[in-house]
Design a protein around this ligand. Sequence first.
Ligand code: GLU
Length: 470
Amino acid sequence: MSRGTFFQSVSKYFDRAASHTKLKPGMLKQVKACNSIYRMRFPVREDNGEIKVVEAFRAEHSHHRLPTKGGIRFSKHVSLDETIALAALMTYKCAIVGVPFGGAKGGVRIDPLRISSGFRERVIRRYTAELLRKNFIGPDIDVPAPDYGTGEREMGLIADTYKNLRMNEPYPYACVTGKPLSMQGIPGRTQATGLGVFYGIRVCMEQAEDMRALGLKPGVAGKRVIVQGLGNVGYHAAHFLQTQGEGVITGIIEREGALYAEDGLDVGSVFKHRRETGSLEGYAGAAFSADSRAALEWDCDVLIPAALENQITAENAARIKARIIAEAANGPVDHEAETILQQRGVFMIPDIYLNAGGVTVSYFEWLKNKAGVSFDRLLSRHEELAKIQLVETIESLTGKSIPKEVRMQLLHRSNEEDMVIAALDQTMMVAYSQIHDRWRRRALPDLRTAALLLGIERVAESYSHHGIFP
Ligand code: GLU
């Protein structure tokens, strides 16, 4: 696949959505343009003492709201084009779920599977210092997060590096999200994207009319699901679909091959098997195939690409058998493939909505860091007092005392994680109904156009207060 394709694909999606608005061309150009790009090359010492020159990027797609926000990717496929495309998707994603940030993305061109822990640390610390040098990081400037190939350890290292270089910053930990809990992270952030994917699929599949058009009964329960990618997003999406949604995970695809079991795979034990043996192969009770790409074409109700972009292209789109494609990854279906899939009546839940759970919970983490207080501290006691009052009122009105166990349940003190999860659930529900409503009311071609349009119009609305647009 030639470079340039991913951003071109995002641009085509943009142009199609833009053709449905009355916004002026100048405004649309500004919403579409990538505002700032920083390309860097820096030396990092390898474990054997040699120097590797690492290439990295940060793209801030839209400054209509600050800070800009988006993950940092470690991958050997990182390119400037990919970073810009991903930053643009972040802009629309944040606007769609009402998170008041501009979009950004970072990429470091290294293979995360072939680097030592020490090298990883030196790279991420140097990358942070480079960002800081050009004012591309800070609680009110640009706030990174995890993405493919990075996780909470790297985010902790970013926070530590930033804090030590910016001694006067009052709330330095707000410079990055997805940090470990011990460094002012927020409970629920690790599973947030995957859980959001589950909530998004669930609300989509509750729409009886849409499901009927696909020949499916409403609801996730009993549906056959195939997941591509057992990383943080894919694993959690599959886990919650199975445990909370009673979906049947019939297939799991990874780079070395794929597993299939008609009666369903246990996501937790497949994950454990792969962690212990390094491969899906040899997992008991399921058929293994070494052809990962062909596995995308296996029959199922819902296919969840949760790995990288451009997995479904004009090359394989006509052979996909899933009724619904739930885009947990960013950009897994390219523009050409989408046209083919639509002609075949496949329903797509777009990435810019479906994987927004990560940045939603990042927003809560950032708020907590900026405020310098945890939500636990603010809310629990208040809620507890209200519940005690309610229980006492019931008892005095009925003249009966509530049994101890029921009383304990009623008085359960919700913690920060309960709050985060409830807010995530609510966010995914509200955004879906706004997108769905637009789709139907404005007779738009599909859900992606409706989602993108919502994002574009919200960004434009925010720019319209900047004074320059008449
Ligand atoms: N990397 C994630 C994404 O693509 C999360 C971004 C964030 O939390 O800022 O949405």
